[in-house]
Design a protein around this ligand. Structure first.
Ligand SMILES: NC(=O)c1ccc[n+]([C@@H]2O[C@H](COP(=O)([O-])OP(=O)(O)OC[C@H]3O[C@@H](n4cnc5c(N)ncnc54)[C@H](O)[C@@H]3O)[C@@H](O)[C@H]2O)c1
Length: 430
């Protein structure tokens, strides 16, 4: 198959690379010329484990190409995947990048093509795209279908090759057969391929993300209760998760959810529902609960520091919203750090994926290139992200200061062991 991927970000680059690895000819296009130049010179612009090797291998084998020529790339392809960003603007999915891509597609339908929305788009976006493409000249030359993406950053390649399910939203037999053939090498069991209506596919993506966000917020609130009742949230999570109806995943208490999907998708889903006069009260409470979480954690930090943050050195270990990615979008650290600086704290941070431009404008904040420099002389070390390298630290030799404190927002350490080692250790829900 000849494939064009429009939008070479986390989703587009991973999907394009993996499709090429399965033997397809893939052109990944992007409007960001720097990104394309980097990829053409063999540098992968994002951090995703295993991606660089796969990009280089398939580039070398002449199956994977990078270009800014959107028109030419669409013309050469049988399937066009739209993988551009869909950020929220005023709580509504902003589809300007999607529609820009669609206008490029409409000018280049030189033969029958399948147009796939892999970007997360609100219900009925497929209908709108179809309407835009549906000119006399383009009659019978396309099928618009929805194929939402469920990959997780940090595990994206594994998720692509071993998906829980591939959802294809179309009623077209022809398009469905082509998509089934495309995905055949990775659909290990038949029931992993799920064909449905286009609108249902669009909603499945939002409803899945909102459900996972609910699970996270739910366990975070139960963790709040555990702190009051002197119960260990880890034990409660394990006990709940053993129920197969519930499942053990997404039951780890921590900072609120962040990233490029859950925050924006929950907001956009509520907007879609409001427009259909449907009250998604559960999702609304989840958004509220998650927004409150950052404030709550900041209050907890103040309490740990005996309400005196002025000139206190606070070290953040990790600032991304989760381990395995360099993505900073809606990371809790973006809210917590400025609040601490406002209160007079001096922030140092170490992040395995490097310094972050999002903090460039902040004063009293320093990026450290290693753990030792970051922790040295700190009054408080906050474990913000669950990177493996933070799991077995000797805090005393790293910090070298009397009475320093540790706030483990990921529950990586055992409170008992920390107490035995005479460390001032605080964690979540324990
Ligand atoms: N990141 C994830 O983990 C994830 C997972 C599942 C679904 N999604 C969804 O996938 C979509 C893409 O997310 P992402 O994280 O990959 O975004 P991203 O911001 O990393 O990448 C989007 C890319 O599209 C490019 N672009 C924008 N307009 C373009 C155009 N007209 N032509 C060509 N390129 C264009 C941008 O320059 C950018 O490189 C979003 O809808 C997101 O909700 C993301």
């Amino acid at each position: 198959m000849k494939i064009c991927i429009i939008g070479t970000g986390y989703v587009g680059l991973v999907s394009g690379t993996c499709f090429s690895d399965m033997g397809n000819k893939v052109i990944c296009v992007d409007t960001d010329i720097n990104k394309i130049n980097k990829l053409n010179s063999g540098t992968v612009p994002i951090y995703e484990p295993g991606l660089e090797e796969l990009v280089l291998k398939n580039k070398k084998n002449d199956r994977l190409f990078f270009s800014t020529d959107i028109n030419g790339s669409i013309k050469k392809s049988d399937i066009v995947f739209i993988c551009v960003g869909t950020p929220t603007k005023n709580n509504k999915a902003d589809l300007k990048y999607v529609f820009k891509a669609v206008y490029s597609i409409s000018k280049n339908l030189n033969k029958y093509k399948i147009i796939v929305t892999k970007s997360t788009v609100p219900v009925r976006t497929g209908d709108k795209i179809e309407k835009i493409l549906n000119s006399k000249k383009n009659k019978n030359k396309f099928c618009v279908l929805s194929n939402p993406e469920f990959l997780r950053e940090g595990e994206a390649i594994r998720d692509f090759f071993y998906p829980d399910r591939v959802v294809i939203g179309t009623k077209s037999k022809k398009a469905n057969n082509i998509m089934k053939n495309l995905y055949m090498p990775i659909i290990k069991k038949k029931n992993r391929y799920f064909q449905t209506s286009r609108r249902a596919a669009e909603l499945i993506k939002y409803a899945s993300n909102a459900f996972l966000a609910t699970k996270i917020s739910y366990i975070n609130e139960i963790a709040n209760l555990c702190e009051k009742l002197d119960i260990d949230i880890k034990e409660v999570s394990s006990g709940i998760g053993l129920d197969q109806r519930i499942g053990g995943r997404f039951l780890r208490a921590g900072p609120g959810y962040g990233g490029s999907c859950f925050p924006k998708d929950t907001r956009a889903l509520v907007t879609t529902a409001n427009r259909s006069n449907t009250d998604l009260s559960i999702v609304k409470s989840v958004i509220k609960s998650n927004n409150n979480r950052n404030k709550m954690l900041t209050s907890k930090i103040k309490k740990i520091m005996n309400y005196n943050l002025k000139n206190k050195i606070i070290t953040f270990l990790g600032v991304t919203f989760k381990a395995g990615t360099d993505d900073m979008r809606e990371s809790p650290s973006l809210k917590i750090i400025p609040q601490l600086i406002k209160k007079g704290s001096l922030i140092k941070y170490y992040e395995p994926t490097g310094s972050k431009k999002e903090f460039n404008k902040l004063k009293h904040l320093k990026y450290c290139t290693n753990l030792r420099e970051a922790c040295k002389n700190s009054d408080l070390v906050i474990i913000h992200t669950e990177w493996n390298e933070f799991k077995q630290l000797n805090f005393k030799t790293l910090v070298r200061k009397n009475n320093f404190k540790i706030y483990d927002m990921r529950n990586l350490y055992s409170p008992e062991k920390m107490k035995k080692n005479k460390l001032n250790y605080y964690c979540i829900g324990r």
